[in-house]
Design a protein around this ligand. Structure first.
Ligand code: FES
Length: 57
């Protein structure tokens, strides 16, 4: 499922980036995947995905 439509980024890609690079904030996540840099509608969903992944690590 696409989480960021502006950049065509899937939730799977965000999850992979969180696991691989272990960003500690949304700002850090953006260094690894292009999300939240246009309309910003995906920011909330990305934060939720990060939270879910952290809870599983
Ligand atoms: Fe991610 Fe627009 S949906 S910036």
């Amino acid at each position: 499922m696409y989480v960021c439509l502006c950049n065509g980024v899937s939730d799977k890609k965000v999850r992979q980036a969180v696991r691989q690079f272990q960003p500690r904030s949304f700002q850090q996540l953006r260094k690894f995947v292009p999300v939240g840099n246009q309309c910003g509608k995906c920011v909330k969903a990305c934060r939720e995905i990060m939270q879910e992944e952290w809870e599983q690590m």
